[in-house]
Design a protein around this ligand. Structure first.
Ligand SMILES: *Cc1c(COP(=O)(O)O)cnc(C)c1O
Length: 246
């Protein structure tokens, strides 16, 4: 009688692996449509509200970078999630949490003031190298939204330069929900803003964090280097957590 293969993974783990594979294929196709190398893209799995067990399943399926939107949640999960991951903060950061954030995270996607950037830089352990930061830009003007206005983005990069504890590597945005065309417009504007900032400041700002479960394909076509995927990998969250304001 042939050996019955050992069942290694739970159905839920197999589902995460399948969802991840499908997301990666769609990412690669979007890159190819734009004539970009799929290897230049990074998938940040957004794990807010996802328990450590499921994060471990995603890691077993190949996830190496995870993103949380709250410092406190990241802190609670940190020791129960597999080691060796890159941690990203994608939600708003207040300077009173900068010390913990500088310890927990490798990359902060939500820089929106000199104050918070300076606090991160000051608290970063020099032995770990600078924390990477992205300036968050809001194109929607929705009052509840965080991020700097497009007019203020380049000045903030400039104001945060020259601090050993922080390296600003690019920009992040959250597109308006519900309109693929408006989302694409927003992604194009972020890329153009980045191109102008590189010219104006005479330095490279290679990273563009843009695109979520509903809009990562146009984001990649417009130049995203990091996409932030939550529901596409882990399924729907509780209603109150579905999407940031706007
Ligand atoms: C929740 C969240 C995401 C992921 O959203 P999905 O629609 O689940 O992919 C990405 N970026 C930020 C800033 C988020 O808060």
């Amino acid at each position: 009688m042939p050996d019955v293969p050992e069942l290694r993974s739970t159905p839920a783990a197999a589902e995460i692996a399948e969802r991840l594979g499908s997301a990666r294929r769609r990412m690669a196709r979007a890159a190819e449509r734009a004539g970009r190398d799929p290897a230049s893209l990074r998938l940040v799995a957004i794990t807010k509200t996802v328990p450590p067990q499921r994060i471990a399943e995603a890691v077993a399926a190949g996830v190496t970078e995870i993103g949380e939107n709250r410092v406190q949640e990241a802190r609670l999960k940190h020791s129960s999630v597999p080691p060796g991951l890159r941690w990203h903060l994608v939600g708003h950061l207040q300077s009173n949490k900068a010390a913990i954030a500088a310890e927990l995270f490798d990359t902060i996607h939500s820089l929106d003031s000199e104050r918070v950037g300076a606090a991160l830089a000051d608290h970063r352990d020099p032995g770990r190298g600078p924390i990477r930061g992205l300036v968050e830009v809001d194109f929607t003007g929705i009052a509840a939204r965080t991020g700097v206005s497009p007019d203020g983005a380049e000045a903030l990069v400039q104001a945060l330069a020259g601090r050993p504890g922080l390296e600003v590597v690019g920009f992040m945005t959250i597109a308006p929900a519900g309109s693929p065309e408006a989302a694409r417009d927003c992604f194009r504007r972020l890329r153009e803003l980045r191109d102008r900032a590189q010219q104006g400041l005479g330095r490279a700002l290679p990273e563009l964090s843009m695109g979520m479960s509903d809009d990562f394909e146009p984001a990649i076509e417009e130049g995203a280097t990091m996409v932030r995927l939550g529901r596409l990998i882990f399924g729907e969250r509780a209603a109150s957590e579905v999407r940031p304001p706007g």
